[in-house]
Design a protein around this ligand. Structure first.
Ligand code: AP5
Length: 217
């Protein structure tokens, strides 16, 4: 069963690999970042709360994030596998997820941890453009769309994310280091962790992910 967690710092390539994984394996993509951005666009109370944290680069409070994932993971389409992208990001989130996956009998089968150094992350994030409609990530130098400003997947308009400024990124990297990095040990202790060097190119990263999936399927 592919019950997967995709981890890594901002700009490691989680969203990019998630697009390829969904296309190849057809499992639901549960990205807390995307869910919050949808809530912000829809101007829901959760969206308004989330925006006040996300735009500054801070993590949204655990109780809000955990409730969102609990509801989504319990849906029927997750019975045959799921891809969690950007969740969990704190030890309380990981503990809540462990409890939930036991309750619903959908245990995590692998944690893919994509790594990359800070200077690379800064270049990737500041040069990133995302689709307004489907969220697909592109880059002004390394991953240009076929037509400038237009999404290859859905034809939507490309834009820069509000939290992709140098100021917000510094806060996001700090949150990653202090709140998310402890999860590496958490999942290594459970023999679930697979580290992948995120600097080896999109296709090479994807090939390693596919090899892992074939072993655990
Ligand atoms: P989220 O949307 O999850 O953002 P993030 O984790 O900061 O990650 P990014 O989307 O910035 O990067 P990515 O790793 O997906 O990289 P990408 O593939 O786009 O979260 C946003 C915010 O929501 C958080 O800051 C927080 O406030 C809140 N939030 C979300 N989840 C939360 C949680 N669990 N708890 C609390 N708060 C939460 O790639 C980046 C660029 O690099 C692209 O341009 C791409 O083309 C390029 N690229 C990717 N891979 C490669 C490669 N191998 N070689 C060359 N270029 C590459």
């Amino acid at each position: 069963m592919l019950n997967i967690i995709l981890m890594g710092p901002p700009g490691a390539g989680k969203g990019t690999q998630a697009k390829k994984i969904i296309a190849a394996y057809g499992i639901p993509h549960i990205s807390t970042g995307d869910m919050f951005r949808e809530a912000i666009a829809a101007k829901t109370p959760t969206g308004e709360l989330a925006a006040s944290y996300i735009n500054k680069g801070m993590l949204v409070p655990d109780e809000v994030t955990i409730a969102l994932v609990k509801e989504r993971l319990s849906k029927d389409d997750c019975a045959k596998g799921f891809l969690l992208d950007g969740f969990p990001r704190t030890i309380p989130q990981a503990e809540a997820l462990e409890k939930l996956t036991k309750e619903i009998n959908r245990p995590i089968s692998a944690v893919i941890n994509i790594t990359a150094e800070k200077d690379v992350l800064v270049k990737r994030i500041t040069g990133r453009r995302v689709c307004k409609s489907c969220g697909a990530p592109f880059h002004i130098e390394t991953l240009k769309p076929k037509v400038e400003g237009v999404c290859d997947y859905c034809g939507g308009e490309l834009m820069q994310r509000k939290d992709d400024t140098l100021e917000s990124l510094a806060v996001r990297l700090d949150a990653y280091e202090h709140q998310t990095l402890p999860l590496v040990k958490f999942y290594a202790d459970r023999n679930l962790l697979h580290d992948i060097d995120g600097l080896i190119g999109l296709e090479n990263v994807f090939k390693i992910i596919c090899d892992i999936f074939e072993r655990i399927k």
